[in-house]
Each structure stands twice: as structure tokens, then as C-alpha cells.
Write a protein that binds this ligand. Structure first.
Ligand SMILES: NC(=O)c1ccc[n+]([C@@H]2O[C@H](COP(=O)([O-])OP(=O)(O)OC[C@H]3O[C@@H](n4cnc5c(N)ncnc54)[C@H](O)[C@@H]3O)[C@@H](O)[C@H]2O)c1
Ligand SMILES: [Fe+2]
Length: 414
């Protein structure tokens, strides 16, 4: 009885949120697209009269000198820059506070995020805190808590990906509690996003695979959820088609710039879909794998996605079958039931071909109750999932992600 009441409350809340979202003016970033397009960003900053950039990135990307070309174009226009490269994967509140100190100490007047979702999300909240110094990062958790605008903000994604370059979302980790939390606000969308495949050419195969599966998860969760509309559905469909057509090409040949560009577009479209239509249980569980164990976000999603799709296969069947038809799975005349299963199997097979494991190596059985509780706290009532999960079902699903138990006797003697 309590379960039914709760479910009714979640569904009512989600219907109200869907109606509200349809009225909101979701900002769309200006786009610079194509090979070498990052070279145009400095001029776009220049014409806005901005004189000092805080470049938010990570140490790996600086070591590869990936931002080097862009920094040169800034210097050519006499635009000063300060590099803040202390962003960790799954960025923390401390990373944000450090970035704020760099911005203020150097007298910056705008922010460029250069990297994957971690630098982009960190940069978003550096901006949000600078524009709203009276709000702590924790106080911004949830929907629409960022009161005042953020400084001029630009995104250069180097993974494809999170879609953070077009979403209203930033995901931050509380390093003390090892909990990830989501900040959602229209003010977090950058003024310009650059989709330059050249910057993605050196992305190693494992990160290409994991980040690409993150984009697929965004598209699928937005598509099968109950808050989609024609705009989000068409973006999700385009993303799924592009990912099935190009991700494995990028995995096999990172230097294929056409495939890289299609993946950058896919990631953007998937972001455009989920920023309005939301995500689901895959993300709710994956965020906890990131917060507790530091599992890369895309990798966690890739492993969890088929499990959650099997959990809601019946409720999501028409949508999953539509996706199967879109990517030419099955035979003409196959039922929705068959096609939905084919789509889930195709994800399993894609994971396998890209050597994505089927379990989460760091997962500890003793953490499962905590992970399940936190995941459902994140998902309910916001995520408009096709089928509501109970705590017990969530625990069971996570149990299936445990790595095979090592048999102490056997390993000693074999
Ligand atoms: N805001 C959103 O809408 C949104 C959506 C999904 C995920 N996220 C968040 O984004 C984060 C994950 O982002 P991510 O998956 O892009 O990974 P990431 O930004 O953490 O980067 C992963 C690794 O890839 C390296 N890398 C990035 N680009 C590279 C390149 N071109 N060449 C070589 N190496 C490169 C980085 O240096 C890093 O070591 C998580 O915190 C996740 O929660 C945010
Ligand atoms: Fe994601």
C-alpha cells in the first residue's frame, strides 16, 4: 500500500516537472564545429571584450599539451590566461574552491573549460560560486538553486561524452562522504561549445569506449523515460544512430576524424535530450560507483546499462524496439518483445567487443545497502523512469555487478 502511494507521488511529481520543463527557456550554446574549430574560440572571446581567461583543465591534458594551440590563439590576441589544472576525475568541492582562488588571484573575467566532463562540471560550479559567493557548493545541490548569473563561460569538450557542454547539469563529489551530487540550473549552460574532433583523436581506446557508452546511456535513459517529447526523442534517436555507427570505429582507429566528429555530435545530441528529459537508474547507481570507488563515470554506466534495461524491458518495450529498428537490428516482422531484447543484447555485445567488463571490480558486497539507498534517494522522485524500483530490487541489481568471488582455496593451490 505504502509502495503504491509512493509511486503515485513520484509519478505526480514527474508529471508536474515535465510540464514545468516544457515552459522553461533552456539556453542553447553557440556552436563552433568541425576540425580545427577551437581556433575560432579566442576571437569569440576577444569580441566580447574579455581580457583574462581561467582555463579549467586537468594535469593529463596539460601533459599532452592539448590546450596548447588554444592558449597560443589567446596570446596572439593579447588575452591573458591562467591555467587551473587541478581538476580530478569526478571533481570535488575542494577542486572548485581551489579554482575560485586561482580566478580571483589572477583577476580573470571569464572561464574556459577544456577537457572531459570533469573539467567542464568543475568549471560550471567555479562560475556558479563566483557569481553567487553567498552560496556554498553544497547549498546548490538540486534544482535551480543558482540565484545569480555566472561569469562568461565557454566549453571545449575533449571526450564524447558527457554532453556537459550543452546541459544544465554539473555532477560534483563530496570527498568527505564519498557521495556524488547533482546541481541543475539553466545558468550552467556555456555561451559557446566547441565540437572539434581533432582534440579527441588521441583519446585512448578504453576512455573512448567508456565515454561513448556514457553518451549512449544519456540517449537511452532520456528516450525510455516518461518526460521525453518530440525534441528530446529526435535528439536521442540521432545520438543512438550516430553512436552505433561510429563508436567502435573511434575505438579501433582514434585518428578517424570523421567518426570522432560524429561521436562529438552524438554526445551533444544525447546531452540535449537528457538535459530536458532527465536520466534514470543507470546514472543514479553509476554516480555512487564514482563517489565511493572513483569508478570512471562512463565505465560504470556501460556496465550497469544492460541490467537496468532488463529490469524495465517490459515497460520500455516499444521504445527499445524503436531503437532496435533505428539501428537495423532484428528481422522484418520481429515483435517488439524480440526487438527490445535484441537492443539490449547489442549493448552487451558492443561492451564485449570494446573489452568493457561485466562487473565492477571495486564493488564490495557490504556497501550494497548504502549504494542502493543513495541511488534511490537520487532517483526518487525526480527521474521519470519507465519502472519504479524498490530498495530490494535495487540491491539485487547491484549484487549482480559484484566481481566473481575469488575462492581462497583454489587460488592457493592452482
Ligand atoms: N554535466 C553533465 O551533464 C554530465 C553528464 C555525464 C557525466 N558527467 C560527469 O562528467 C565526469 C566524467 O567526464 P568524462 O567521462 O568526460 O571523463 P573525465 O573528464 O574525468 O576524463 C577522463 C580522463 O580522460 C582524459 N582525457 C580527456 N580528454 C582526453 C583526450 N582528448 N585525450 C587524452 N586523454 C583525455 C582526462 O585527462 C582524464 O584522465 C564525471 O564526473 C561525471 O559524473 C557530467
Ligand atoms: Fe552520464
Amino acid at each position: 500500500m505504502l509502495g503504491k502511494l509512493k509511486e503515485a507521488y513520484y509519478r505526480t511529481y514527474q508529471t508536474v516537472m515535465k510540464g514545468t520543463a516544457s515552459l522553461l527557456p533552456f539556453p542553447i550554446p553557440g556552436l563552433l564545429t568541425g576540425t580545427g574549430s577551437v581556433k575560432q574560440l579566442a576571437e569569440n572571446i576577444n569580441v566580447r571584450g574579455l581580457r583574462h581567461v581561467l582555463l579549467v583543465t586537468d594535469k593529463d591534458l596539460m601533459a599532452l599539451d592539448l590546450p596548447g594551440g588554444f592558449l597560443k590563439t589567446l596570446a596572439e590576441r593579447d588575452i591573458a590566461y591562467t591555467v587551473f589544472d587541478r581538476v580530478q576525475p569526478n571533481p570535488t568541492v575542494e577542486n572548485i574552491e581551489d579554482g575560485i582562488r586561482s580566478y580571483r588571484a589572477s583577476g580573470c573575467d571569464c572561464i574556459v573549460a577544456f577537457g572531459g566532463g570533469s573539467p567542464m562540471d568543475c568549471a560550471k560550479i567555479i562560475g556558479a560560486r563566483l557569481g553567487n559567493p553567498f552560496l556554498s557548493v553544497r547549498r546548490m545541490e538540486g534544482l535551480f538553486r543558482v540565484v545569480l548569473p555566472i561569469p562568461p563561460f565557454f566549453c571545449v569538450p575533449t571526450t564524447a561524452g558527457t554532453g556537459s557542454e550543452c546541459t544544465v547539469v554539473a555532477v560534483i563529489t563530496d570527498a568527505q562522504s564519498h557521495r556524488k551530487f547533482v546541481i541543475t540550473d539553466l545558468k550552467l549552460v556555456p555561451k559557446i561549445a566547441v565540437l572539434d574532433p581533432e582534440l579527441m583523436a588521441g583519446l585512448p581506446p578504453a576512455i573512448t569506449a567508456a565515454t561513448g557508452m556514457d553518451a549512449l546511456t544519456h540517449a537511452v535513459e532520456a528516450y525510455i523515460g516518461r518526460s521525453g517529447d518530440t525534441f528530446t526523442d529526435s535528439n536521442a534517436e540521432r545520438a543512438v544512430r550516430l553512436i552505433f555507427g561510429n563508436l567502435e570505429t573511434c575505438y579501433g582507429d582514434g585518428a578517424d576524424l570523421e567518426a570522432r566528429y560524429q561521436m562529438a555530435l552524438a554526445s551533444y545530441c544525447a546531452g540535449a535530450a537528457f538535459t530536458r528529459a532527465y536520466i534514470g537508474y543507470v546514472h543514479a547507481i553509476a554516480h555512487n560507483m564514482g563517489g565511493l570507488y572513483g569508478v570512471p563515470h562512463g565505465l560504470a554506466n556501460a556496465i550497469i546499462l544492460p541490467h537496468v534495461l532488463r529490469f524495465c524491458r517490459v515497460e520500455a518495450q516499444p521504445k527499445l524496439a524503436a531503437l532496435a529498428r533505428l539501428v537495423d537490428l532484428g528481422e522484418p516482422g520481429d515483435s517488439d518483445e524480440v526487438l527490445a531484447s535484441r537492443f539490449i543484447e547489442a549493448i552487451d555485445q558492443m561492451n564485449e567487443r570494446m573489452q568493457i567488463p561485466t562487473t565492477i571490480a571495486q564493488l564490495q558486497a557490504s556497501d550494497i545497502p548504502l549504494i542502493a539507498r543513495r541511488a534511490l534517494d537520487e532517483a526518487h522522485p525526480d527521474y521519470p523512469v519507465p519502472r519504479i524500483m524498490t530498495l530490494r530490487q535495487c540491491e539485487e541489481l547491484i549484487t549482480a555487478l559484484l566481481p566473481p568471488r575469488v575462492d581462497a582455496d583454489k587460488t592457493m593451490w592452482t
